[in-house]
Structures are given as C-alpha cells and as structure tokens.
Design a protein around this ligand. Structure first.
Ligand SMILES: Nc1ncnc2c1ncn2[C@@H]1O[C@H](COP(=O)(O)OP(=O)(O)OP(=O)(O)O)[C@@H](O)[C@H]1O
Ligand SMILES: [Mg+2]
Length: 339
C-alpha cells in the first residue's frame, strides 16, 4: 500500500516533525511567563492545518495548568480549533468561536442576541464554571481579515482592535482577567497582510509572536521516508531521496506527492534511468498544473521567489522547464505591477 499522504491534513502517526514549533507555541501561549499569541505564517499546503489539529489532539492528555495574569486561579487548558475562512463578518467570527466553546464544553448558558456578548458569555462559563484557559487555534485567519477589509479597511482595523483588547483582558470577567490566547495561521505574515489591505497597524494592535513554518530539510525527508516505509516491501535508496529533494526542496505537500509518484513508478519501471526521467517529468507536469490551479495573485512575493528558485533547479526537459519558469515569473511581474 502507498503510505504517502497529500490530499488532506496529516494526522496521528503520519504527522511528522514540527516538535520545535509545537513547543514554541505552547511556551508562548501557556507554559511560558506570558500568555501570548502566535501568528503562524506558511505557504499553501505546508502543514498549517495539520499542525493546529496536532495541538488540538493534546486535549485530554495535556496536564500543564495556567495561572492567568491578574489572578491566582489555576486553570486547565483547552485547545479549540476553528477555521474562519468562511466567516464574512465580525459577528460570524464571534459566533463561530462561541459555538466551538459550546460544543467542546457542552455549555448550557443563556445565549445573548449580540454575537460579541454571546462570546463573552461563553468565555465566562468556561473560565468560572469549567476552570479552563482557552487556546483558540484559528485556521485561515488572513482569509477572514481580507474579507473584512475588502470593501472598507476600517472594518478590519476595528475588528482587530476589539480582538486585541480582549486578548489582553476580558473586562466583563472578574475585573479584567486574561482568559484566552490565539494561535492564528495565515499565508502572509502580519505586516504583509496589513499593508496589502491598507489596514492601519497602529489601530489594529494585535500583539503576536511570529512563527514561520519551514519546508523539510534533506535529513527530514530521509527520516520521513524511513518512517512511512517502515514494514513496507518498497524502499528508496539515498539516490532516490536526492531525486525527491532535488525536485521539491522539502516543500511538505510536494515532497509527499513526489514520494507517492516514485512509489507507484517503482512498481512498474525497472530501468533506473527511465524511472528517474519519468518521475521527474511527471512531477514537473503536476507541479505546473498545481501552480496554474493555485494562481499567483494570492501568493506572497516571498513564496513566489522561493518557487522560482525551486523551478530553476529542477532537472527536467527544456520545454517544460521554460514553461514553468515563465509561469512563475509572470506571477511575480503581475504582483510587482499591482504594488
Ligand atoms: N507534519 C507533516 N508531516 C507530514 N506531511 C505533512 C506535514 N504537514 C504537511 N504535510 C503535507 O502537506 C500537505 C498539506 O498539509 P495541510 O493541509 O496541513 O497544509 P495547510 O498549510 O493547512 O494547507 P492549506 O494552505 O491548503 O490550508 C499534507 O497533505 C501532507 O502531504
Ligand atoms: Mg489548511
């Protein structure tokens, strides 16, 4: 059976690496001195959702407690996952978070009509009755901020200011206690997002620690292969792992996809040279289709440049190589013109 995964976030034993990122997130939000927030930046399909889901899976086994600033109350920790991509308004956002708390804790409290008040009500219950500090794992946060800013950037600015104030202390509870932290994921880093949407960074004031997700290193790709092929009759040589790393530079999604293609090709092609050529070109075709499908305009400049570097080093047929390079170069140029 082909063990490689590229169609969905990875879970359980398939989740590879990211230990340092997880420790950093926990330190920033709960185990360290300050109960802060994290802004995770990472390219499409780098593993943002997988990472948040991994942290969510700590519920039930996580034993550290938190004494929030301004109290001497010892709280347990709940990791609450939400994806805010589909939210259109601030009310949608607060309703979604409230709903996630209601489901997680099976809250039974009198719901308010106003979304914001409802959210405060849910937080109060979680803090006072369930004795929990909440870490919200908020996936696709930049997509939501972009939606808010789309017509009037002030809408996003005032939402961010409101959230920022809540993240410092919730005035409605216990004379201003801090009851939750947020872990945001985004394709853009915060500064890029605010600039691109003309959001006033002074007004928005979200205080976050930045964390940039990295692609896998060569050694990590090797370790991933070893883990995934453990007990499998198919094995990859060091040369084959080089082939994968040369084509993907460890970009998590493409790494898994390439390994999967190699796994299939290995079953049917015995000639070494033919195998290498087939896999390389098949990968490059797939890569091109994916780039066309993802489109360029939403990709940060930084990502496009990394992809262009990757393409320039891919050992593939000349025509395909030229087409790929031109495609990404075109995205970069369009981006420069817009800015
Ligand atoms: N920790 C990991 N271990 C192994 N593979 C991973 C890991 N993280 C990501 N991947 C690979 O990347 C793919 C995408 O993962 P995921 O959906 O978590 O990324 P994402 O950043 O949330 O993507 P999107 O930008 O579409 O939301 C997975 O299907 C898998 O192939
Ligand atoms: Mg995702």
């Amino acid at each position: 059976m082909n063990p490689f995964v590229y169609n969905s976030p990875v879970r359980g034993h398939d989740f590879f690496n990211r230990e340092a990122s997880i420790q950093k997130i926990l330190r920033e939000t709960v185990t360290g001195k300050s109960q802060g927030n994290i802004w995770i930046t990472g390219e499409r399909q780098i593993g943002k959702t997988s990472l948040l889901r991994r942290i969510q899976s700590l519920n039930g086994t996580y034993n550290e407690t938190v004494i929030p600033y301004g109290t001497d109350k010892k709280l347990q920790v709940a990791f609450i996952f939400t994806n805010v991509q589909g939210c259109l308004t601030e009310d949608d956002f607060f309703n979604l978070l409230s709903q996630a708390l209601i489901e997680h804790f099976d809250l039974k409290y009198k719901k308010a009509k106003i979304a914001y008040k409802n959210f405060i009500g849910a937080l109060t219950e979680v803090y006072e009755k369930h004795n929990h500090y909440t870490v919200f794992l908020i996936d696709e946060f930049d997509a939501f901020v972009e939606t808010l800013a789309y017509e009037v950037s002030q809408t996003a600015t005032s939402f961010l200011a409101k959230l920022s104030s809540l993240l410092q202390e919730v005035d409605e509870i216990d004379e201003g206690v801090k009851t939750f932290s947020c872990v945001f994921t985004a394709n853009h880093d915060m500064k890029e997002l605010l600039n691109a949407n003309k959001i006033d960074s002074r007004g928005s004031g979200l205080i976050v620690e930045a964390l940039t997700l990295k692609w896998f290193t060569h050694a990590q790709v090797k370790a991933l292969v070893k883990r995934y092929l453990h007990g499998n009759e198919v094995h990859f040589t060091d040369k084959e792992i080089d082939l994968c790393y040369g084509a993907t530079h460890g970009y998590p999604y493409f790494t898994q996809k390439m390994l999967s293609m190699m796994f299939e090709a290995k079953k049917v092609i015995t000639d070494e040279r033919e195998y290498q050529e087939v896999v390389r070109n098949e990968f490059a075709e797939m890569f091109k289709e994916t780039m066309e499908d993802w489109g360029g305009e939403n990709m940060p400049q930084r990502t496009l440049r990394k992809l262009r570097d990757l393409v320039s080093e891919m050992e593939i047929g000349k025509n395909l190589s030229r087409a790929l390079f031109a495609l990404i170069e075109g995205y970069i140029k369009a981006k420069v013109m817009v800015i």
